[in-house]
Write a protein that binds this ligand. Sequence first.
Ligand SMILES: Cc1ncc(COP(=O)(O)O)c(C=O)c1O
Length: 397
Amino acid sequence: MPKSFFYPLLEDPFRKKDLDKAIEVIKTGKLTIGKHTKKFEKVFTKKIKTKFSLMVNSGSSANLLALQCLINPYRKKRLERGDSVLIPTVCWSTSLWPIIQSGLNPVFVDIDPVTLNIDLKDLEKKINKRTKALLLVHVLGNSTNMNQLMKILRKKNIILIEDTCESLGSKYKNKYLGTFGEFSSFSFYSSHQISSGEGGMITCRNLEDYEILKALRSHGWSRGLKSEKNISKKNRHLDSRFIFYNSGFNLRPTDISASIGLSQFNDMNNFISLRNKNRNLIVNSLKKNKVISEKFYFVEANKNVKPSWFGIPIYIKNKKNRKKFIQNIEKKGIETRPIISGNFIRQPSVKKYKLINKAKFFNSDIVNDHGFFIGLPTKKINNIFVNRIIKAFEQSI
Ligand SMILES: Cc1ncc(COP(=O)(O)O)c(C=O)c1O
């Protein structure tokens, strides 16, 4: 394995101006959640065209808050212990675990190998009386047919949570992913479309949920809630500054990460178009090569999706060659990884928690056994770089 890849999964995502913003915050000495976090939330809400946004310390925390909000006693319409939540088998660990951590029952749905996203036919088959929500994952910037999905969910009265951690900036029919559901999560971890080091955002549609999420994010405190004054009036026996109105976690970001996140978010459109240009240049060049195009299949954006690509997902047609190919190409300096985490039900944690019996998910196995992805450079690339990639592919088959 080479010490450094010429084409890594992850580049240093920060520009001087992002770090300067962080340094300005550090110099004020006010590092904890504050005005920079509020500003980022406001700008994010406006740009994405959502109703309410709260910054958190990771995309995982955003998923946890969404599920915890759904079971919260302050929520009028809430989920009960044992209710079912649908989730695609190609998901991230912390798309799944908040369902279990919230006392709910995950029901796995297979995916469509062409889009890598949830298979709507299998989804319909898995719905029953206990199905109350869907934790949808938008994979690597791509998406399912959102019109058809929303029709199914509306008909069956199923709540949608969109895990948009890999797809910030992608649109379905000109509407941002992450604005279809009741809750959406976003991640600003370092390999994502924008980065704040660690960080994420949770969005929701109404004030009731916003107030619950805000309290849960910060110890269950009444501080900063719209209802803070009312709560303290009803609890005159308590110090109004220390009222714990709800259950809680501490999932707050720092103002340092908020300032970096906002600096990057302000340039999101440029980042997306550069990533997409790089993606098209690399994929089109690989496809033009006869040997490579015979042996590999490149995942394209689904119909009506204007993608904000996270990486470049690829299938090797002969699964027997996958392992050797991955070893070879990494030796040649191109870093790879599974598509999210492959078929998640094959992970030991799923077996340990006995989440699945013998059910088969054929399409997720295809992703697992044939799929991998390479990164997406965030700076302009040239033909020398692209030729090096082609050569590495040719020599690794
Ligand atoms: C689909 C998905 N959901 C959630 C997360 C978690 O985000 P974070 O790393 O910010 O906790 C990730 C991480 O990349 C992800 O890919």
